[in-house]
Design a protein around this ligand. Structure first.
Ligand code: UT7
Length: 332
């Protein structure tokens, strides 16, 4: 039998209806539409306003979108990996709730946290299960209700993040399509540059941590920017070299949507002169953390052709980063 590769065979997505524009943010903090757009490329982001709904809602809706589009029987799903930094609760994995809510009655599931690289790392994990022959249908979801962990009086973070969810189904492929190669990295040099200080075992929540707003995301933007530009661009170029790909061989760059300037720098390092190859939706959703990559896949799915070469790239807190080379497996 030919070698099993792990291919994406369906995608789905969900973003909440409520739109938070740059103009609206001007009323909340000292900022401007012009500053946000020129420094990040973001025009608006989606917010899940209902306080009774957590990240699992975004994940469930994204999974349902995939199931409907692919006409998939959820009972056939073996495993659900939910990449997220904002689970419904610290204990009781959100993926388990997702499995039950979508009718994945034969699946097991767990959450995976690697900041903005959660989806990319999740694809790696899911692909390994498929390649080993152990499971046939792995649903990898990236979802985050970032608005639940953002301080809307902090202009250095609240302008960036938004809420959303996306999903991709991995299945065995015998034609050599799907995941080809990956370069995943991490370095705790970034531990203090992008973090939520309180709420974990190192600093359990208390009245004091809440009063000091230590349960919200804090970011040293300049430092993260510097590392993101150099590391994401470097692994993307390395994975091309390692697979003997030159710019014309790459059909699509699927890069984490943190800042348009970081994405442009990565594309430049890869010599991608054709802007149309660089997937972009940051202007509509902002940085949805674990959801950026599957949201891109869903938005651009119709343009992908069977056999297209996709390079995924991500960079996130920790630091975590990486690049993945994948051959698209279907025409939609
Ligand atoms: O997804 C996970 C990984 N995260 C990232 O990749 C994010 C990486 N970082 C960034 O995208 C950028 O650093 C930011 C968008 C967060 C900030 O852009 P920047 O060009 O690095 O701005 P800066 O922090 O260097 O600040 C420049 C100036 C400062 O004023 P002074 O000191 O030059 O007078 C800031 O106080 O802009 C000021 N500033 C703002 N002005 C208006 C900072 N935030 C804002 C704001 N509106 N929201």
């Amino acid at each position: 039998m030919s070698k099993i590769t792990a291919a994406i065979t369906a995608v789905g997505a969900y973003v909440p209806e409520d739109i938070l524009t740059n103009k609206k943010l001007e009323e909340l903090v000292d900022t401007s539409d012009e500053w946000i757009l020129s420094r990040t490329g973001i025009k608006e982001r989606r917010i899940l306003k209902d306080p009774s709904l957590g990240t699992s809602y975004l994940a469930i809706e994204a999974a349902k979108d995939l199931i409907n589009k692919a006409n998939l029987d959820p009972a056939e799903i073996d495993l659900i990996i939910l990449g997220t930094v904002s689970p419904d609760m610290p204990v009781a994995a959100s993926a388990v709730h997702v499995a039950s809510q979508i009718g994945a009655v034969n699946a097991f599931g767990y959450d995976l946290q690697a900041a903005c690289s959660s989806f990319l790392y999740g694809m790696s994990t899911g692909a390994a299960y498929i390649e080993s022959g152990r499971y046939k249908k792995v649903l990898v979801i990236g979802a985050d209700k970032m608005s639940s962990i953002i301080d809307y009086t902090d202009r250095t973070t609240c302008i960036i993040f938004g809420d959303g969810g996306g999903a991709a189904l991995l299945e065995p492929n015998y034609e050599g399509l799907g995941l080809q190669d990956e370069l995943l990295r991490c370095d705790s040099i970034g531990r203090n540059s992008l973090k939520i200080v309180a709420g974990g075992s190192l600093m359990p929540p208390s009245e004091e941590t809440v009063a000091k707003k230590l349960h919200y995301v804090q970011q040293d933007g300049k430092t993260v920017f510097k590392f993101a530009v150099s590391n994401m661009a470097e692994v993307s170029a390395q994975i091309m070299e390692r697979n003997n790909l030159i710019n014309k061989d790459v059909d699509w760059l699927v890069a984490h949507q943190a800042n348009k300037r970081i994405i442009d720098a990565t594309a430049k390092r890869m010599n991608l002169t054709d802007e149309d190859k660089v997937l972009m939706n940051i202007h509509r959703y902002g940085n949805t953390t674990s959801a950026t990559l599957p949201l891109l896949l869903s938005d651009y799915e119709k343009q992908f052709k069977k056999g297209d070469n996709l390079i995924f790239a991500s960079f996130g807190g920790g630091f975590t980063w990486g690049a993945t080379y994948l051959k698209w497996a279907y025409n939609s």
